[in-house]
Design a protein around this ligand. Structure first.
Ligand code: UD1
Ligand code: CA
Length: 456
């Protein structure tokens, strides 16, 4: 089947009370429309037409992709009018799937099922159908059409089955019917669902497929619905992770705002946020309140509480945190350890090396078995340029050292605690760079001196 998707996204979204066009409001960090496009792509359509109007330029800029055909609907005259604008670019022998840019939780399976039955309408039973178009069926249950809430009689308003707006239709029928749809109704709009009754009158049988749950077809009109969708989305992601063998301390307290790929026996504690593409290999443990973004964590590694990892790669058996911040370009080799209040950036930490407490390590390369003592700082920035620090294998940096880059420390080099190092240290050499200790005997503190003065 040749499939073309038309996504309606020209409306203003008044109830969001926002400068941002509605379809650009984020759900799990991505625009609503991006979710709809992603779902549509799984059906491998020939083309995707997105009808834009309000904030058209902004929407195009935010989401432009080579597989999108943009259609401008300068004036929002109704859903029928919106679809009509896209029809000149649609092949007559295709099936058209109409989606809304503000209905982001649809499942690909539902859409695939619907398109197979075209002409077909996706409906749902709602506890509170107020405001929606109601589905009209005849005595045998055959779909007759849709009546908008504003045009409906009291009797029709009792109907719980609503039009979700999603519809699969042969393009040829749309090309035939849409130009003939009128706007003599309560809202003076060209209604897309009018094509349903037109098809029925012409003797076609139009399928009406009920969605499994009302959640899937929910539309976002205001910020409260947006938050509700976020909760539903979060729950979906959590369910999928658990089904794939991941243990979650609390499925209600995890946010996956991108793709999270997990191996076997991964454990994720509460309140973790995953953004972009994150991979957790077998047996990884993530402690509570961590944020992981665009990173890979190797098998058996542990990320302890309150850590922030962004654009980093961790090999197997690493340990990070609690309270660690790994910034972009951080690479940890097997068994490396980063402890509390340590920040790393553009740094490679060799196998089994440790930076355990209160340090900043930037633009650095550490060999194997290196130990960086508490409070060590690489001074990598002179205000204009960044300079590298290179520590060979088995280097030992004493606590509270300042390593002024560019700096090279050879294998087995040793820096005495409290040193400020500005020159290269050859291998197997001790560098001490601090004032020599003086002990002043009989020293009186100012308090002791003041007491002595008062006695006189
Ligand atoms: C529409 C349906 C209604 C259905 C409901 C489901 C019609 C006439 N009514 O009503 O039966 O129950 O959706 O949510 O179709 N849009 C455009 N251009 C326009 C008008 C709308 O692009 O000229 C877009 C909007 O941006 C939105 C979608 O179409 O994404 C639906 O429009 P909206 O005004 O929300 O339709 P409803 O009145 O809710
Ligand atoms: Ca709506």
């Amino acid at each position: 089947m040749k499939l073309e998707v038309i996504i309606l996204a020209a409306g203003q979204g008044t109830r969001m009370r926002s400068e941002l066009p509605k379809v650009l409001h984020p759900l799990a960090s991505r625009p609503l429309l991006a979710h709809v496009l992603e779902t549509a792509r799984t059906l491998a359509p020939l083309r995707m037409h997105v009808v834009v109007g309000h904030g058209a330029e902004q929407v195009k800029e935010a989401l432009d992709a080579p597989d999108i055909t943009w259609v401008l609907q300068a004036e929002q005259l109704g859903t029928g009018h919106a679809v009509l604008q896209a029809m000149p670019q649609v092949d007559s022998d295709s099936t058209v799937l109409v989606l809304y840019g503000d209905v982001p939780l649809l499942k690909p399976e539902t859409l695939a099922q619907l398109t197979e039955q075209a002409p077909a309408l996706l409906t749902a039973d709602l506890d509170d159908p107020g405001g929606y178009g109601r589905v009209l069926r005849d005595d045998s249950g055959q779909l007759q059409g849709v009546v908008e809430h504003k045009d409906a009689t009291e009797q029709q308003r009792v109907i719980a089955e609503i039009n979700t707006g999603v519809l699969a239709y042969p393009a040829a029928l749309l090309k035939d019917y849409l130009p003939r749809v009128g706007n003599a109704n309560a809202q003076g709009e060209y209604y897309l669902p009018d094509v349903l009754s037109m098809a029925v009158e012409a003797g076609h049988c139009v399928a009406a497929l009920r969605a499994d749950s009302a959640d899937e077809v929910m539309g976002i009109n205001d910020r409260s619905q947006l938050a509700e969708a976020e909760t539903l989305y979060r729950a979906q992601q959590a369910q999928a992770l658990m089904a794939a063998g991941v243990s979650l301390a609390d499925p209600a307290r995890i946010d996956v705002r991108g793709t999270l790929e997990c191996g076997r026996d991964v454990f994720i504690d509460v309140n973790c946020v995953f953004e972009g593409r994150v991979v957790l290999e077998d047996g990884v443990t993530v402690g509570p309140n961590c944020v992981l973004r665009h990173c890979r964590v190797g098998a058996g590694s542990t990320v302890h509480a309150m850590s922030h990892i962004d654009e980093a790669e961790l090999a197997d058996g690493c340990s990070v945190g609690p309270y660690a911040r790994l910034r972009s370009g951080t690479h940890l080799a097997t068994g490396a350890r980063i402890g509390n209040f340590v920040e790393t950036k553009k740094t490679t930490i060799g196998a089994g090396s440790k930076v355990n407490h209160l340090s900043y390590v930037g633009d650095a390369t550490l060999g194997k078995g290196v130990n960086v003592g508490a409070g060590t700082i690489t001074c990598n920035y002179d205000g204009i340029n960044k300079h590298p620090t290179k520590l060979g294998d088995e280097v030992f940096i004493g606590s509270n050292s300042t390593l002024v880059a560019p700096l090279d420390v050879g294998d087995g080099g040793f820096v005495a605690a409290g040193s400020t190092v500005t020159r290269e240290i050859p291998g197997d050499t001790l560098a001490v760079s601090r004032a020599k200790q003086r002990n002043i005997e009989g020293w009186k503190t100012p308090k002791q001196r003041a007491a002595a003065d008062a006695d006189q």
